[in-house]
Design a protein. Structure first.
Length: 108
């Protein structure tokens, strides 16, 4: 499990990647996440650079604005991050089938 410093770096990188993947500017992401438009760009920039850390309520709003599951922003492993995104897009029934399949593999 990554340490606190590593987790901060992971968050910074995932936040920026998700923002760029959605084609959002720092300002537009901040505004979508409910940050005052006057400071939205600066705040997102500082989050991405690790100068400031958002509180968990803000992180949740950022994830919602980016349309990514919250755990994605903290996934240190790139494959795990990709799995989180893929899993999130599955239907509930497909999620259940996948989990059941994975549970069945534990006994092997």
């Amino acid at each position: 499990m990554p340490g606190d410093a590593d987790l901060r770096l992971v968050f910074q990188r995932r936040l920026k990647e998700a923002r760029e993947d959605r084609g959002l500017s720092q300002k537009s992401l901040g505004i979508e996440a409910g940050i005052d438009p006057f400071v939205a760009s600066t705040r997102i920039n500082r989050y991405e650079k690790g100068i400031h850390e958002p509180d968990m309520a803000t992180v949740q709003r950022l994830a919602k604005a980016l349309e990514v599951p919250l755990p994605y922003l903290f996934a240190a492993d790139d494959k795990m991050a990709a799995m989180i995104l893929a899993f999130d897009k599955l239907t509930s029934a497909d999620k259940d089938r996948l989990l059941k399949s994975l549970d069945g593999r534990k006994g092997r």
